[in-house]
Design a protein around this ligand. Structure first.
Ligand code: HEC
Ligand code: HEC
Ligand code: HEC
Ligand code: HEC
Ligand code: HEC
Ligand code: HEC
Length: 360
């Protein structure tokens, strides 16, 4: 009995020490490899904040921010990669506008403290909601989505990528980099042919309050194991083991009551002109396929005979052809297959096809 009592006192003291330890050691949010800290629950209970942290954590674990191959590997010297692929780089850019030119000592991915600073602010407000100027100076201002667009935007202005000369030497990696979603939602930074009229208003940029979040963070399906919506930011999730696909198409119904999938074609227009009205994503992918055939004929793209995957040829082409190639890459890298801004993406593809047809 005595032993037991002593033991329980020791346990109690140990527990108090842990709690007190936590009280003293508020984690350093700016330079923190918090993947190893059993997240937030090392100090906060699972019920803290009404279970909101537990829920966010569960969703985050299914996000590409948590599990992607590219969230923390690019700790390269003197490269801009770190501003979007590393928490510390992101915070340095946010706070000082520059990156450490040396490697960061602690590499960490996109985690709770990338977007929130609860221990500095005492709450879960975002680190910033300030409007953000895209690479051509156009200002993106869609509430809480402004934080997303500090990373999800084109890396350089078009004139840097394509130059200003009449001809351009293409390279296999020419394009806007992988995350031009901010530019597309805004409806800017595509290659625009002179004499062609592009839409000036963004359909989903104008309709949404918090841009990206109105779709990617909505969660009408509640928690299918935290797979879509919320902090997973996933619109779709394929469960390999169960062979089940989850999609967040329920968010579209908030504005389009008849929408039954992400491929919903609101206006029923046959955008790729193949005689059939298909889903919006299918329509625009069809138009993209038409464009890549014209670009191949012009010698700007090559097609792998086995996989039928198209890639850019390292060759010199007129600037407008390079612009059409740029729009082809842009559509592919945006990865919403038109949904981010249907009319803008449609007109970028259509004007590119029109140009290629007229200049065979
Ligand atoms: C090492 C322990 C520790 C870890 C890990 C930790 N916290 Fe905290 N947290 C604290 C302490 C201690 C406070 C109280 C700070 C204060 O009052 O100054 C606090 C305060 C907060 C607050 C402010 C609200 C309040 O009641 O004071 C929020 C929100 C918060 N933490 C969220 C988080 C989240 C989210 C994580 C995980 C990403 C996390 N914390 C990880 C120790 C920790
Ligand atoms: C610190 C920069 C940064 C911020 C801020 C950021 N992201 Fe990301 N995001 C990335 C990077 C980098 C990847 C790709 C990671 C990878 O592939 O390993 C990514 C991936 C994603 C993906 C998954 C893409 C896929 O491959 O399926 C979605 C969706 C996404 N982000 C949405 C958002 C949203 C919405 C926000 C705002 C709430 C946001 N991101 C904020 C950098 C960021
Ligand atoms: C302006 C922010 C930004 C910069 C700078 C940046 N990236 Fe990214 N990168 C992103 C975002 C956002 C994504 C995710 C986009 C998506 O999944 O649609 C991404 C995705 C990637 C991917 C995944 C591609 C794929 O198909 O899954 C790789 C690889 C990558 N980046 C490498 C790099 C490297 C290397 C550098 C530096 C030379 C770099 N990035 C600089 C924002 C950036
Ligand atoms: C890429 C940025 C990003 C990351 C990473 C992130 N959050 Fe959030 N979080 C957001 C955004 C955006 C909101 C919505 C804020 C708004 O609408 O004002 C939010 C909201 C929240 C809320 C409030 C929800 C509510 O009920 O009010 C909690 C709690 C939260 N996040 C916790 C976390 C935790 C815990 C993590 C890490 C597991 C995390 N977040 C990681 C961007 C992020
Ligand atoms: C109108 C709703 C809507 C808005 C607003 C929106 N997205 Fe999307 N997003 C989608 C849909 C739909 C897809 C395609 C999903 C699919 O078919 O796989 C997508 C795809 C993506 C992808 C590719 C990976 C994935 O999840 O499929 C990324 C990354 C992404 N969006 C980021 C963003 C960012 C960043 C913003 C804000 C600048 C944004 N989105 C705004 C609906 C939206
Ligand atoms: C916040 C409200 C809102 C949400 C959420 C929303 N949309 Fe929209 N959507 C609009 C508005 C407004 C328009 C512009 C209608 C017009 O051009 O007359 C539009 C236009 C469209 C169009 C028409 C494109 C064309 O042919 O011009 C399609 C397709 C579309 N949305 C699909 C979707 C899908 C798929 C989702 C879910 C991923 C979605 N929308 C989510 C408000 C929304």
């Amino acid at each position: 009995m005595r032993i037991l009592r002593i033991l329980s006192i020791i346990v109690l003291i140990a527990m108090l020490a842990v709690i007190a330890g936590c009280e003293r050691k508020v984690v350093n949010e700016a330079n923190n490899d918090n993947q190893g800290l059993s997240g937030c629950f090392g100090c906060h209970g699972e019920e803290a904040f009404g279970g909101a942290i537990l829920q966010a954590q569960g969703e985050w674990q299914n996000s590409i921010h948590a599990s992607g191959n590219n969230i923390d590997y690019t700790n390269r010297d003197k490269s801009d990669c770190m501003m979007c692929h590393d928490q510390q780089g992101f915070l340095d850019m946010l706070n000082t506008g520059t990156l450490d030119t040396l490697r960061y000592s602690v590499v960490s991915g996109i985690h709770c403290f990338t977007c929130h600073a609860p221990h500095e602010n005492g709450n879960l407000q975002l680190r910033t909601e300030a409007p953000y100027a895209l690479r051509n100076g156009v200002v993106f201002d869609h509430g809480a989505a402004n934080i997303c667009v500090r990373c999800h935007h084109t890396r350089e202005p078009l004139d840097v990528t394509l130059g200003t000369a009449d001809s351009v030497t293409l390279t296999s990696r020419m394009g806007p980099h992988h995350g031009p979603q901010g530019d597309m939602l805004q409806g800017t930074l595509g290659y625009q042919f002179s004499g062609y009229t592009y839409p000036t208003a963004s359909q989903h940029g104008g309709a949404t309050v918090d841009g990206c979040l109105d779709c990617h963070m909505g969660n009408p399906q509640q928690h299918d194991g935290y797979r879509v919506g919320g902090h997973s930011f996933n619109m779709t999730y394929f469960d390999d083991e169960a062979g089940t696909e989850y999609t967040l198409s329920g968010v579209c119904k908030n504005c389009h009551p008849a929408a039954d999938s992400l491929n919903y074609n609101l206006k029923g227009v046959d955008y790729n002109n193949n005689g059939a009205v298909e889903g919006i994503q299918t329509e625009l992918q069809g138009l993209r396929d038409t464009l890549q055939i014209w670009l191949k004929a012009a010698g700007a793209l090559t097609e792998n005979g086995t996989t039928h995957v198209f890639s850019i040829k390292s060759t010199k082409v007129p600037r407008n052809v390079a612009g059409a190639v740029y729009n082809w890459v842009l559509f592919n890298e945006d990865r919403s297959w038109g949904v981010h801004n249907p009319q803008y993406l449609y007109h970028l593809l259509k004007s590119s096809v029109d140009y290629m047809k007229a200049h065979q």
